[in-house]
Design a protein around this ligand. Structure first.
Ligand code: TRP
Length: 455
């Protein structure tokens, strides 16, 4: 794909859907519920919402403006806007974070393919909750199947990256995103009407602040960055393909709104169902894959064809939502290698795919045969998740807000945010205030708290 083709990132709707495609993914439907479950429910969600509002949206606007102004990959963007400075290390750290995330994300993305197969062969039928848990654990610790699926998933990502993102992704996103949304609503309705679902609804709506500690803040902040694809230059890279008349603040609001809605809907699917069948909300990464087949069985078990059809549809859409996210992660690293090291785009993409296959296989094996190899008590899969979501992304966000709030010429910021003064941006001063003070101080305090200085 040449730069000209990339600049095509078409219509306004295309821009929003491509960015929302990056944001909406396993982070919303898989990671958000299990982080919520680990951190006690409603209070975590409230803190998460605050993080999206005061960190997520402003930092997203900052990434957008850095990307569109420089029209370069994320490391090149800092090089252009701050030549000869160390700011390019922020971009480079982002590229590394993207590579690591893609490594373990593709493991879970691969799981969705297995579940499409299981749904299609009706193998959820008649299983008890305990059997779902056992078969899931057997599957993820198997040294072969998850590895094969993750390779398939990365090859699919690779194929689309080298084909060109706009036509395939933009077009399919226009059909897929509304379908995913409708299906989520249907499933949420089914889930909340299961017997015993009210305990799950209470878990989502009644905050228990006694459980809130530094970990909850760190978890909520990490989840906000992860879910919104922030802190590593992903949306910065996408914004380098935006048109000059794209309204950046409005796009950020739309993307954050869609992303949050999907996450909350996923919560309303997972928790009522989990409580209904007696699965603990803190079951961790397996939560989605254990409760959901159960929902299909319990809600539609009497009408087998419907159970099969809906479950296939759900996992297909989940896989596609994951695909639009892996594409955006892949694109960051590919664009970087292509533009900074002058590899052809195809060669750059091959290097990224090959590297991610290696990382992905290691992450997948770390859940089975390699589970005794731990670093800081975490297996490789959990370690990658922790280091990227809870350290690298917020750190990236910290530097992005300092860069935009303090370093970058405000004339540039104003020109980008208001499209050269053609848009009436009421929140401009607030935006600058947040990027200058609130975001860096907020992120800093959460980090310091986590290091234990306040205890
Ligand atoms: N936001 C995506 C999700 O929720 C994952 C993702 C895509 C991502 N690009 C990213 C996460 C960049 C962090 C940074 O599934």
């Amino acid at each position: 794909m040449t730069r000209n083709e990339r600049a095509n990132f078409g219509s306004k709707l295309g821009v929003i859907l491509a960015s929302a495609g990056s944001a909406v993914g396993l982070g919303n439907i898989w990671r958000f519920p299990f982080e919520t479950g680990n951190h006690g429910g409603a209070a975590f969600i409230l803190i998460y919402l605050v993080c999206v509002l005061i960190l997520g949206i402003p930092i997203m606007i900052a990434e957008f403006l850095i990307g569109r102004r420089s029209r370069a990959n994320t490391a090149g963007a800092y090089q252009k806007l701050a030549p000869g400075t160390h700011w390019r290390w922020v971009g480079r750290m982002g590229v590394l974070a993207g590579f690591l995330i893609l490594g373990y994300y593709s493991v879970v993305a691969g799981w969705t393919l297995e579940f499409i197969g299981e749904a299609a062969t009706n193998s959820f039928a008649g299983k008890s909750a305990a059997e779902f848990i056992a078969s899931f654990n057997g599957f993820v610790s198997n040294p072969w199947y998850p590895v094969i699926w993750l390779v398939v998933f990365l090859l699919a990502t690779h194929f689309i990256i080298i084909k060109g993102v706009e036509k395939g992704i933009e077009k399919s996103a226009k059909i897929m995103m509304p379908m995913l949304f409708i299906l989520l609503v249907v499933l949420a309705i089914c889930s909340v009407s299961l017997p015993g679902a009210s305990a799950g609804i209470e878990f989502l709506l009644k905050p228990d602040f006694s459980k809130v500690d530094g970990n909850v803040f760190l978890g909520a902040m990490g989840q906000a960055f992860f879910s919104l694809s922030l802190g590593m230059g992903c949306l910065c890279t996408y914004a380098s393909y935006f048109r000059n008349d794209t309204n950046l603040p409005k796009t950020a609001l739309n993307v954050a709104g869609i992303d949050t809605l999907v996450a909350i809907l996923a919560g309303f699917i997972i928790f009522p169902a989990a409580f209904s069948v007696g699965i603990q909300p803190d079951a961790g990464p397996s939560l989605l894959f254990i409760t959901l087949p159960n929902v299909f069985q319990q809600a539609f078990g009497n009408i087998p064809w419907l159970a099969i059809a809906l479950s296939i549809m759900f996992y297909v859409l989940l896989a596609l939502a994951a695909l639009t996210s892996t594409i955006s992660l892949h694109e960051v690293v590919t664009a970087y290698l292509h533009e900074e090291f002058k590899f052809t785009r195809g060669k750059a993409a091959k290097l990224v795919t090959a590297g991610c296959i290696v990382l992905g296989v290691l992450c997948s094996l770390s859940l089975g045969v390699g589970k005794n190899y731990t670093i800081f008590g975490l297996n490789l899969f959990d370690l990658f998740d922790f280091v990227t979501a809870k350290i690298m992304l917020p750190l990236g966000g910290f530097f992005i807000s300092i860069f935009t709030g303090w370093y970058l010429d405000k004339k540039i910021v104003w020109e980008e945010v208001s499209n050269n003064g053609t848009l009436n941006i009421h929140i401009y001063r607030l935006l600058i205030f947040i990027l200058k003070y609130i975001a860096p101080i907020g992120i800093g305090l959460i980090f310091i708290n986590e290091l234990g200085f306040f205890k």
